[in-house]
Structures are given as structure tokens and as C-alpha cells.
Design a protein around this ligand. Structure first.
Ligand code: AMP
Length: 197
């Protein structure tokens, strides 16, 4: 198989959420990755939005790289249909490998796992540990409350507006995906993420 055109890390819910639009967006993201010759890097799960993104990527001809801790494999959460499934020992190893293998990051709706992953790559970016673009897909305005809270943090002097600008937000998947892939430094590994662990 040819080298993927790009490698995108997607963070999203291990549950499907309450609205059909969340699942539709997850499928749309996977279909876009696959149809543009890309590679999905994700948490290797089979359920929720995670499973839907992976299935849609593979169905559209894309490559799927899953990175999952042994504890979740033991609970039968792993997607064994991945082109590459990396089984690691800790969540820290998982997130580091996902970040290393990606040229850009995209968060879809999800819960605390998704929030944690988004905030981690965001803080790494503000500190200059990587220069990879980060996107937030605000499906059905799911993230409006969070964005309002963060603007409040800027207003209260705990964040600068430039930090908000490090995350590219859109309600539509395709324009956001196009911008992220265009801004990504390359399909493979980026700058020395290892240095942050
Ligand atoms: P959440 O947003 O809380 O559903 O968590 C989603 C993220 O947390 C994923 O990207 C995974 O890194 C991790 N995660 C949480 N639960 C699972 C699971 N059942 N299977 C795989 N990964 C999970």
C-alpha cells in the first residue's frame, strides 16, 4: 500500500452520544480521511464514535492505526480490524504514540477522555513541544459551553487570546479537515514529542 497522504489523530467519545448528528459526523470524518488517501490514528476502540470513525475510514479505503492500553484490550474494547493495532501498557504511552504518529489532531464530541486528550495536545502546543494543528469539530454546537467557558478564562486573565487561536474550530467537518491537513507538517512523525514525557 502507498504511503498515506496524511496522518490524522482523532479523539472522540467511546460512546455514541445522544444525537444522530454525532454519529453522522464521525462517519463523515472517517469517509473523508479514507477517500483522501489518509491514515487515521485513534485510540483503537471498537465502540461509540471511535468505532464509527475507524469503520468509515477503512470502508473508504483509508489506513487505520489503533493504539490501546492492555487493560482495555482485556475488557474486549479493542478493534482488531485495524491495519496496525499497538497494544501499550499505559495511557501515557498510548497518547504519546498517537501524537507521534500524527501530523494533526482533531477532537469530535466525547467525554472526559476526549477532553483530556484535546487539552493535552493543546498544552503541548502552547509550550512549543509540537507545531501540529489542532481542530475541534463543534458538531451540533456540542462544544459551545466549553468555548464560552474558555473565553471567560481569557476575560479573567488566565489565558491569552493567542492560546484560543491554537485550536481551529468549525461546525462542519470538511472545511476543518481541509485546513488541518493543509497545515500539517507531514504524514509521519513530527517534532520531538518524546521530550514531553
Ligand atoms: P470518552 O471521551 O470519555 O468516551 O473517552 C474517549 C477517549 O478515552 C478515547 O479516545 C480513548 O482514548 C479513551 N477511552 C475511554 N473509554 C474507552 C474504551 N471503552 N475503549 C477505548 N478507549 C477508551
Amino acid at each position: 500500500m502507498a504511503e498515506p497522504a496524511f496522518s490524522l489523530c482523532v479523539y472522540c467519545g467511546s460512546r455514541p452520544g445522544a444525537l444522530d448528528s454525532y454519529a453522522d459526523a464521525a462517519r463523515a470524518v472517517g469517509a473523508w480521511i479514507g477517500s483522501h488517501g489518509g491514515q487515521l490514528v485513534y485510540g483503537g476502540g471498537s465502540g461509540g464514535l471511535m468505532g464509527l470513525v475507524a469503520q468509515a475510514t477503512a470502508a473508504a479505503g483509508g489506513r487505520v492505526v489503533g493504539v490501546i492500553p492492555q487493560s482495555l484490550v482485556d475488557r474486549e474494547f479493542a478493534n482488531h480490524a485495524c491495519d496496525e493495532l499497538h497494544i501499550v501498557q499505559t495511557m501515557h504511552e498510548r497518547k504519546a504514540l498517537m501524537a507521534e504518529r500524527s501530523g494533526a489532531f482533531l477532537a469530535l464530541p466525547g467525554g472526559i477522555g476526549t477532553f483530556e486528550e484535546l487539552f493535552e495536545v493543546w498544552t503541548w502546543r502552547q509550550l512549543g513541544y509540537h507545531g501540529k494543528p489542532i481542530g475541534l469539530l463543534n458538531v451540533a454546537r456540542y462544544y459551545d459551553g466549553l468555548l464560552t467557558f474558555l473565553q471567560g478564562s481569557v476575560a479573567q486573565g488566565f489565558m491569552g487570546p493567542w492560546q484560543m487561536d491554537l485550536v481551529d474550530t468549525d461546525v462542519q467537518p470538511v472545511p476543518l479537515l481541509e485546513r488541518l491537513v493543509q497545515a500539517a507538517p507531514g504524514a509521519g512523525a513530527g517534532p520531538a514529542l518524546r521530550s514531553v514525557i
